[in-house]
Ligand binder design. Structure first.
Ligand SMILES: Nc1ncnc2c1ncn2[C@@H]1O[C@@H]2COP(=O)(O)O[C@H]2[C@H]1O
Length: 745
């Protein structure tokens, strides 16, 4: 029977953990309170004002060799010890672990998986988990399968297994329940709403680290404390990651950026959160106080090394060691450096995994980038190029990441290891890179939209792609199914090129156009690119779908929901003066809702699409070739081979839109117009506003291609009429549009 003692330990631990006092949804988000800082060196406890809410700041000097010899101070906030708790070092049970607040941080209940996978209740699943775990040192390990089979708890399951495999439980005489609690705390600390920086990524990195630790060159020199630090460091290296990057935190004057002087902001937060979990779980108590500081320092230094901006420094150092053959694994500092390199490689190991896994991670990380871009756009911040879903594509991001980040690091790592594992990794890296290049080439010349089995492309002056999705998430469009294509509001070519099956579908279907009617002051966007690149990472296809931007995406996410979460002026440029105020006062932490759940409602237009030869890419390609004469010559003349071709089509579209809007807007010096609200040339939408209590203005952010709503929308003031038109009749569609314009002008 495959079910072994570790399984029963785990299931017992799960049961016990479930009974523990959970702080689910507590919303408490500051660092672990520190009752008694014993065990740390050079700790001073500075009481602050002695009012009822007084806190204590524990200042701890940490010898961190990787911050250029600089000593850092840890600031851990603490409530004054309760009377009866003086004898309980590190313990506090009203703890607040993290500095970010994320209401949807936690996963859905484990039991909800049972609806989908009732067999999770079977013992067979435990057996399968065990089987998977036995394969945990295999580079082709699939962490998503483990997550599924473990009911969404791959992180604690893998880590307890690894502690067992390395004999750490016995060596340190660790209490299994505390150990389980440690990893549960860490798991809970990850935001499951992040597409990429979530607990599965942490598990994946830990598994990759495990593979590297297995290398003979490394494992035979490691002390148990170093192995323990490596596992805890790996699993908590992105703990409480908010799903946005450091520049974003700086730009929005986030309290973490201030606390850490804009330097390794997230990494500093991750390692402090990790230590906080060690303390809270009680595992720290079980480590001999002689070696506890070493453990903390190693975890800290390992996590700080994952700061991607320090990559060059590490590569150079490893190169020197390898070339001079001067790495002495018997020296603690050298061993530690190798562990740092191993963690760095593990952190960006997803491009070196088998293609199906690599693809999933790539899509996830890009989705997270794009979500950040969406927030930046809403906050009127400059949209980071990498995060702009309108101008970037997943294959392009991947190609750059492979070329500039992953390959240089792994080449050095391979030079150092030079084993079967490293050879396999380099091989996978190479084949994956070729696949991304292939996909990028396809996308360069093909505009596509996928709708289960159909594709529709419109070309010429206004390239427009069909969209089809149910707007069920939208309050405004509840139960309304919209299928739009064509439009031609700018008088552009309305030719629609469709596959036969799609034409048939059109003949059957009638679409509904929500109508906007404005009494007087709805303004029109001026320079709006109506296209949205949307990656459907659920499919793991790694492809981009090109659909229209969606007015109701904007309407359903009024800016006022997200904006108060950030300290930023509406029009604030990126703040470069963050260092200015980094006096001691700025270290003071305040509670702040930092990272709101992502509000943007994306509509995935395809659930079933995956990249396969059946997809009508070829027809798109041949269409573009055939109709290239209809496409703006200036567009063709611009670099048609590469990404810019794809991008330029969008730009041409935008320009046409501008022309159209300029005509409409001629009477308005502010480039805003009253009248029919239409998102560029392609949005035959009319909002009807009942009263004029609060109007909204849609203006254009010229730095990006998306509209920015600059004042509030009162959704209740807007209602929609439906008007059905046969979509296959372009002329009727045009008439309808003209009527609408006439009606509302
Ligand atoms: N497949 C990928 N494509 C692009 N960027 C990636 C990929 N994997 C990891 N990254 C980036 O690499 C960074 C490593 O550090 P972080 O985890 O902070 O954030 C990570 C991502 O920003």
């Amino acid at each position: 029977m495959l079910k072994c003692s570790i399984c029963s330990i785990i299931s017992r631990a799960i049961r016990r953990a479930m009974c523990m006092n959970s702080r689910r949804n507590s919303g408490e988000t500051v660092y672990q309170e520190l009752q008694n800082p014993n065990g740390f060196e050079n700790v001073t406890t500075i009481p602050l004002k002695s009012d009822t809410h007084s806190t204590t700041v524990a200042e701890i000097d940490v010898d961190e060799s990787n911050t250029n010899g600089k000593h850092e101070n840890i600031f851990l906030f603490a409530k004054p010890p309760r009377k009866n708790q003086h004898h309980q070092p590190y313990k506090q049970m009203n703890g607040r672990r993290f500095l970010t607040l994320h209401k949807k941080r936690r996963k859905k209940l484990t039991t909800s998986n049972l609806l989908t996978f009732p067999a999770l209740l079977d013992d067979a699943y435990n057996g399968q988990v065990q089987c998977l775990l036995n394969d945990a040192a295999n580079w082709k390990f699939n962490v998503f399968t483990l997550d599924l089979l473990s009911g969404g708890h791959s992180l604690p399951v893998l880590c307890v297994h690894l502690f067992n495999v390395y004999g750490l439980i016995d060596f340190f005489r660790l209490d299994i329940v505390r150990l389980w609690k440690l990893f549960k705390l860490i798991e809970d600390g990850y935001h499951s709403t992040n597409p990429y920086h979530n607990s599965i990524h942490a598990t994946d990195v830990t598994q990759a680290m495990h593979c590297f630790l297995q290398e003979k060159k490394i494992i035979k020199y490691l002390e148990p404390i170093e192995i323990m630090a490596s596992i805890i460091g790996s699993v908590s290296h992105d703990l409480d990651h908010p799903g946005v990057n450091q520049p974003f935190l700086i730009a929005t004057s986030n309290h973490l950026a201030q606390l850490y002087d804009n330097t390794s902001v997230l990494e500093n937060h991750h390692w402090r959160s990790a230590i906080s979990c060690l303390l809270e779980s009680g595992i720290a108590d079980q480590i001999n106080s002689d070696i506890r500081p070493l453990l903390h320092n190693q975890i800290c230094s390992l996590i700080l090394a994952t700061d991607i901006t320090r990559q060059g420094e590490f590569i150079l150092k490893l190169h020197e060691y390898t070339v001079n053959n001067s790495l002495n694994m018997k020296e603690l500092s050298h061993r530690h450096f190798v562990l740092q390199m191993a963690l760095k490689c593990a952190d960006i190991s997803n491009p070196c995994r088998p293609w199906d896994i690599c693809q999933i991670w790539s899509n996830k990380v890009c989705e997270e980038f794009f979500q950040q871009g969406d927030i930046e756009r809403k906050l009127n911040l400059p949209v980071t190029t990498l995060c702009d879903r309108y101008s970037n594509t997943i294959p392009k991001i991947q190609m750059d990441f492979f070329k500039y980040v992953v390959t240089p690091l792994y080449m050095e790592w391979h030079l150092f290891l030079n084993t079967i594992l490293s050879n396999n990794i380099m091989h996978l890296l190479n084949t994956n890179r070729l696949k991304w290049e292939e996909l990028a080439d396809q996308l360069n010349t093909k505009l596509m939209i996928v709708d289960d089995e159909n594709i529709s492309i419109k070309s010429a002056k206004s390239i427009r792609l069909k969209r089809k999705y149910s707007l069920q998430n939208s309050n405004l469009f509840k139960n309304t199914k919209v299928e739009l294509f064509g439009g031609g509001g700018n008088g552009g070519n309305n030719d629609l090129i469709m596959t036969n099956s799609f034409k048939m579908k059109l003949n059957r279907k009638r679409g509904s156009l929500p109508i906007i009617k404005n009494s007087s002051t709805i303004t029109s966007p001026t320079n709006h690119d109506t296209s949205l690149l949307l990656s459907d990472y659920k499919d793991g296809g790694g492809l981009l779908y090109f659909i229209d931007d969606d007015i109701d995406n904007v309407l359903c996410c009024p800016l006022h929901e997200a904006q108060p979460m950030f300290i930023t002026n509406d029009t604030a440029p990126l703040r470069n003066d963050m260092n200015m105020n980094s006096t001691t006062n700025s270290k003071y932490l305040c509670r702040q809702q930092t990272f709101p759940p992502i509000q943007l409602q994306q509509k995935y237009i395809s659930k079933n699409f995956s990249h396969n030869p059946q997809n009508p890419l070829n027809s798109v390609s041949s269409f573009l070739k055939k109709h290239r004469n209809n496409i703006s010559p200036s567009l063709i003349s611009l670099n048609e081979e590469k990404h810019s071709y794809y991008h330029q089509i969008l730009m041409t579209t935008t320009n046409n839109t501008n022309c159209n809007n300029n005509i409409n807007n001629s009477s308005n010096s502010n480039n805003k117009t009253t009248g029919m609200f239409s998102l560029g040339a392609f949005k035959p939408r009319k909002l009807k506003v009942k009263s004029q209590k609060e109007n909204f203005i849609v203006s254009n952010d010229r730095r990006s291609s998306a509209p920015i709503i600059t004042s509030k929308i009162v959704q209740s003031n807007i209602f929609f009429r439906r008007k059905s038109i046969p979509f296959d009749d372009c002329n009727k569609s045009k008439e309808f549009l003209n009527d609408s314009i006439h009606l509302h002008n």
